[in-house]
Ligand binder design. Structure first.
Ligand code: ADP
Ligand code: MG
Length: 858
C-alpha cells in the first residue's frame, strides 16, 4: 500500500535520524512508527497499534518527560519532531521539524538532572579531550598524559564520570586498547566521523562559540590538537540542542600538572565517592566531609575533590576563606543559614538562555538573587575578593536587584507547571493584562444577565446556557419546549432531548470574550517572555552570582566540617617535607564515633616506611589516612590531625589490597602488577605512594621477591612511600634508607590487643595463628599449624631471635593445656558446666542438661 502523505513526511524525517527514536507530533500525541514503535512499546510497556501497515504507538504530549526519562535510562537518544505551523486547510499537512535531540548529557531540564551530580559529556581524540557540562556551560580542554594515554583516559573517566562520550569511529575501531577503555565506561558512546575532529573547523567553531577571532587568550593556538575533540564536542552539542548554545561562553584549559594527579585505580581505592564494598557513597571521603547546603555547592565540592590543586598560592587562597569562617563563628552561622535559600542559579540560567525555562525557574532566580544580597548585606566589600569582574560593577548588581523585584511583583510563586495562561503572572502587575482579564470575567456576568433577559423575553422557563469547544456558547431548550423557541434563535445542534441554539447577540458576546481571553493570554506570555529576556540579558552577572554562592557554600561547608570534626589547617609548603602529627582517618574515625580512633604521626624524612604487623592491627587504615590527609590538604580543606606540614605533592598513588577486577577479566595478580608498574613508571620524588599488600595472589616466593624488588625500585625513585606487607621476611633484608614501622600490640595477657599505635620496628610475628585461634579455628588445626611452622620455618630469625616466628607468648602454644585453646563452643559447654549446681537440680533437669550438653559436644 502506498504511503499516505503523512507517512511520507514521517519517513523523510526519520531517514535523517536513523539511530534515534523519532517522537512525531500529531495533535496532542507524539507518535512512533515502524521499528521505533515496536522497540519503544516493548521498552515502555505501551500498546502497539497500527496505522495502515505500520506498527504505531504514541504518548500524550503533556506526559512526555516521564517517557523521555525512561528512554534515556534505557540508553536511547530521542529526536523530537514538532508541528511548526498548523495547516490552513484541514487537508494540507502541517510543516514538521525536529527541534531538538534529547541525549543523556545534553538535557538541561530539572527533571532529568541529578541535583548533586555533574552531568558531563566527554569528547576524546588521539590523547586529547574536552568535556562539558551542558547544564551549566562549564567547558574544559585537557591533554591526556603522553606517557600512558589509556591510563590517563581511564583516570579522567573515573574523575568526571561522563554520561556520554564522543569518540572518533576510526580510533575506536582500530585501537583496541582505546576501545576497551571506552567500553568500560557506563557512558553512552557516540561514534563520530573523523571530520568532526578536524583542527581547522574546530578552531573556527570554538572562536565562533565565544565570539572571538583568536583563542590566544584561552592559551590555545590553531595547531593545538586539543582543538579537535573540543570542536567536535561543540558541534555535537549544537546539533542536539538545535540552538545556539550560548551558555558555553568560556573555555578552561586544564593543564594536567596544575592538579595532583591520581590514577583511576588509586581514585577507586581511596574510596573518594564510592566505596569498594557496594559502590555506594556510604563510608566514602565525600560523604564524610560534605557539609554543603546547596546542590551547586555540593557539585563544586565534588569537583574540588576530583581536581586537587598543585599550586601553593591557589590552595592558600582557599584556606584563607575556610579559616575566615572557622574563626568567625557567628558569620559562619549567618552565611550557612542564608545560603540554603539559593537555588541552582547556573543551571537555571542555562535553561533561560536555551529558552527551556519554566515559570518556577524565574522564582528560583528571584530567590537566588535575594540570597546573594542578604549574604553581602552586612558588608558588601567583605567577599568582593571572591567576585568575578561582573559582580564588582555596581550597575550590574542594581540590574539584578531590580530584576528580583520585578519577578517578585510579577510571577505567581505557587504555580509550578509549564506556562499556562492565567496562572503565571499575578493580578495587579500589569494594567493591560488586568483589563483583559476583567473583560474575560465580566463576560461571565454579561452572559448570565443575557440569559435572564432571554428567559424573560421568550417566557422559556428552562433555558440553559452552555459552552463547548466545537460550537462555542449556546442556549439549550429541552425537547418539550422547543416549539416556544423565538424566531431569532439559530439552531446549531440537535440532541436526543433538546435543541441548541445561538443568537447574533450571543455570538457577539462570545467574540468579545474569546478576544479578551486570547488577548489576555498573549499579554501574559509577552510579560513572561520579557522577564525571561531581562534575565538572559544579565546572564553573566547572574551566572557569576551562582558561582560565587557555590564557592561560598563549599567554604562554609569545609569550615563547618573543621569545627564539628576537629580538623586543623595544614601548612602547605614548597619544601620537600611531609610531617603529620596526630593524624586520623576521616572515615574510620567518624564510623567509630568520638574519641575511639587512635591518632598516629607520620614523618617522611626517611622517605620509605616499611610497615609490618598482624592483620586487623590498623596498617591499611594508617596508609589510607595519610593519603586522604594529603588529598584534603590539596583541595584547600582542613585535615584530621593535630598539625600537618605538607609539601606540595604532584601525584598520589594508592595500591591497596588484591581487589578482584572481574569486570576487566584480568586476574588479580595481573592487575596488581599492572598497577604497580604504573606507579613505578610515573612516581617522582614529590609523589606520595601507598602500597598495601602487593604480591598477593601468587606463590610466596614469587610474591616476596617481587615485593622486595618493587620496594627497592621505589626507594631509588625517592617517592615518599608507605609500604605495608605481610612478608615479614622483608624486614630482615638490607635496611638502608628504610624506616620500619609496626602497629603496637599488647600480648601480655592471654589475648592479643591491638593498640592502633604505630611504633618503630618490625612485627615480631605474623600472629596469624593467634588470629585463627580467635576466629574459633578448631584446636587440632591450630596445633598442627604451629608444629608445621616449627618444623619448616625454624630457620627464620627475626629480631635476633632464632628458631621461631612466634613471640614468647606464642611459644606457650606448644606446651599449654589444650583447654586454653578450646573452640568457642567447647568453652561454652565448660562454662555451662561450671555454672550449674547439681544439688539444686531435679533428676529430670539433670537429665535434660546432660543430653543437651552431649548434643552440643557432638
Ligand atoms: P590491617 O590493614 O592491619 O589488617 P586495618 O587497617 O584494616 O588493619 O584495620 C582494621 C580495623 O581496625 C579497622 O577497620 C578499624 O575498625 C580498626 N582501626 C584501624 N586503625 C585504627 C585506629 N587508629 N584507631 C582505632 N581503630 C582503628
Ligand atoms: Mg590491611
Amino acid at each position: 500500500m502506498a504511503d499516505t502523505p503523512l507517512m511520507k513526511q514521517y519517513r523523510q524525517i526519520k531517514q535523517e535520524y536513523p539511530d534515534k527514536i523519532l517522537f512525531f507530533r500529531l495533535g496532542d500525541f507524539y507518535e512512533m512508527f515502524d521499528e521505533d514503535a515496536v522497540e519503544v512499546s516493548a521498552l515502555l510497556n505501551l500498546t502497539l497499534t497500527h496505522k495502515g501497515d505500520s506498527p504505531m504507538c504514541g504518548i500524550p504530549y503533556h506526559a512526555v518527560r516521564n517517557y523521555l526519562k525512561r528512554l534515556l535510562d534505557a540508553g536511547k537518544k530521542i529526536a523530537i519532531c514538532e508541528q511548526m505551523s498548523l495547516s490552513d486547510s484541514p487537508k494540507a499537512l502541517a510543516r514538521r521539524e525536529v527541534v531538538r535531540i534529547v541525549t543523556p548529557a545534553t538535557v538541561v531540564e530539572e527533571d532529568f538532572l541529578a541535583e548533586t551530580d555533574s552531568s558531563y559529556i566527554l569528547s576524546v581524540f588521539q590523547g586529547y579531550c574536552a568535556f562539558c557540562e551542558v547544564s551549566t556551560g562549564e567547558f574544559r580542554l585537557r591533554i591526556l598524559g603522553s606517557e600512558n594515554r589509556i591510563a590517563s583516559l581511564r583516570a579522567i573517566i573515573e574523575q568526571i564520570r561522563p554520561k556520554e562520550m564522543l569518540v572518533c569511529e576510526d580510533e575506536y575501531f582500530l585501537d583496541t586498547d582505546f576501545k576497551e577503555a571506552v567500553d568500560l565506561s557506563p557512558a553512552m558512546i557516540t561514534k563520530l566521523a573523523p571530520w568532526y575532529f578536524s583542527l581547522k573547523t574546530g578552531y573556527k567553531i570554538l572562536c565562533e562559540q565565544v565570539g572571538v577571532a583568536s583563542l590566544a587568550s584561552f592559551g590555545l593556538n590553531e595547531k593545538d590538537k586539543v582543538i579537535g575533540p573540543a570542536g567536535a564536542l561543540i558541534r555535537y552539542i549544537r546539533e542536539t540542542s538545535k540552538s545556539s548554545v550560548n551558555q558555553i561562553s568560556d573555555y578552561k584549559l586544564d593543564i594536567e600538572s596544575s592538579y595532583v594527579s591520581i590514577d583511576e585505580s588509586s581514585r577507586k581505592n581511596l574510596e573518594l565517592f564510592r566505596n569498594l564494598y557496594d559502590g555506594t557513597v556510604s563510608n566514602t571521603l565525600f560523604e564524610t566531609i560534605n557539609r554543603c547546603k546547596t546542590n551547586s555547592g555540593t557539585r563544586l565540592l565534588k569537583s574540588f575533590l576530583n581536581f586537587p590543586l598543585h599550586d601553593k598560592a591557589l590552595i592558600e587562597a582557599r584556606q584563607k576563606w575556610v579559616k575566615y569562617f572557622h574563626e568567625n563563628n557567628s558569620e559562619l552561622e549567618r552565611v550557612r543559614s542564608c545560603i540554603s535559600g539559593s537555588r541552582d542559579l547556573n543551571r537555571l540560567m542555562t535553561r533561560i538562555i536555551l529558552k527551556r525555562a519554566v515559570p518556577r525557574d524565574l522564582t528560583g532566580i528571584k530567590q537566588s538573587i535575594g540570597t546573594f544580597f542578604s549574604i553581602i548585606s552586612e558588608d558588601p566589600s567583605r567577599f568582593s575578593e571572591l567576585f568575578d569582574s561582573s559582580l564588582r560593577d555596581n550597575s550590574n548588581l542594581e540590574k539584578a536587584f531590580s530584576l528580583m523585584q520585578e519577578i517578585d511583583r510579577a510571577v505567581n510563586e505557587d504555580f509550578l507547571g509549564q506556562f499556562n495562561a492565567g496562572e503565571v503572572i499575578k493580578d495587579g502587575y500589569d494594567t493591560l493584562l488586568d483589563e483583559k482579564r476583567k473583560l474575560m470575567e465580566s463576560g461571565n456576568s454579561v452572559l448570565s444577565e443575557y440569559l435572564d433577559k432571554e428567559k424573560e423575553k421568550s417566557g422559556l422557563t428552562i433555558l440553559k446556557l452552555g459552552y463547548n469547544r466545537v460550537y462555542g456558547y449556546y442556549l439549550e431548550i429541552p425537547k418539550g419546549q422547543v416549539s416556544k423557541a423565538p424566531q431569532y434563535f439559530i439552531r446549531i445542534q440537535t440532541l436526543v432531548n433538546g435543541e441548541r441554539y445561538t443568537t447574533e447577540e450571543l455570538k457577539g458576546y462570545e467574540r468579545q470574550i474569546s478576544e479578551a481571553s486570547s488577548q489576555a493570554e498573549e499579554r501574559e506570555r509577552e510579560l513572561y517572555n520579557n522577564l525571561i529576556a531581562e534575565a538572559a540579558s544579565i546572564s553573566s552577572t547572574l551566572n557569576d552570582m551562582g558561582s560565587f554562592m557555590s564557592l561560598l557554600d563549599v567554604y562554609q561547608g569545609l569550615a563547618t566540617l573543621a569545627i564539628d570534626s576537629d580538623y586543623v589547617c595544614p601548612e602547605i609548603t614548597d619544601e620537600d617535607v611531609l610531617v603529620i602529627q596526630g593524624g586520623r582517618h576521616p572515615v574510620v574515625e567518624k564510623h567509630l564515633g568520638p574519641g575511639k580512633f587512635v591518632s598516629n604521626d607520620l614523618d617522611m624524612s626517611v622517605r620509605f616506611c616499611l610497615i609490618t604487623g598482624p592483620n586487623m592491627a590498623g596498617k591499611s587504615t594508617y596508609l589510607r589516612q595519610n593519603a586522604l590527609i594529603i588529598l584534603l590538604a590539596h583541595i584547600g580543606s582542613f585535615v584530621p590531625a593535630r598539625s600537618a606540614r605538607i609539601g606540595l605533592t604532584d601525584r598520589i598513588f594508592c595500591r591497596v589490597g588484591a581487589m578482584d577486577n572481574l569486570a576487566r577479566g584480568e586476574s588479580t595478580f595481573l592487575v596488581d602488577m599492572q598497577e604497580t608498574s604504573y606507579i613505578l613508571r610515573n612516581c617522582t620524588d614529590r609523589s606520595f605512594v601507598i602500597v598495601d599488600e602487593v604480591g598477593r595472589g601468587t606463590s610466596t616466593q614469587d610474591g616476596m621477591s617481587l615485593a622486595y624488588a618493587i620496594m627497592k625500585n621505589l626507594i631509588s625513585k625517592r617517592a615518599k612511600t608507605l609500604f605495608a606487607t605481610h612478608y615479614h621476611e622483608l624486614t630482615m633484608m638490607d635496611m638502608s634508607g628504610i624506616r620500619l614501622l609496626t602497629p603496637a600490640v599488647d600480648n601480655s595477657g592471654k589475648n592479643v590487643v591491638f593498640l592502633r599505635k604505630m611504633i618503630e620496628g618490625a612485627a615480631s610475628s605474623s600472629y596469624g595463628i593467634h588470629v585463627a585461634r580467635l576466629a574459633g579455628v578448631p584446636y587440632q588445626v591450630i596445633r598442627e599449624a604451629q608444629s608445621f611452622q616449627n618444623r619448616h620455618f625454624a630457620d627464620y630469625g627475626i629480631n635476633g631471635k632464632q628458631g621461631n616466628l612466634f613471640s614468647s607468648q606464642d611459644d606457650d602454644l606448644n606446651t599449654s593445656e589444650e583447654s586454653e585453646y578450646l573452640t568457642p563452643k567447647a568453652a561454652d559447654i565448660i562454662k555451662e558446666l561450671q555454672e550449674c549446681n547439681p544439688e539444686e537440680l531435679t533428676p529430670m533437669q539433670a537429665l535434660i542438661l546432660l543430653s543437651k550438653l552431649k548434643e552440643e559436644a557432638q
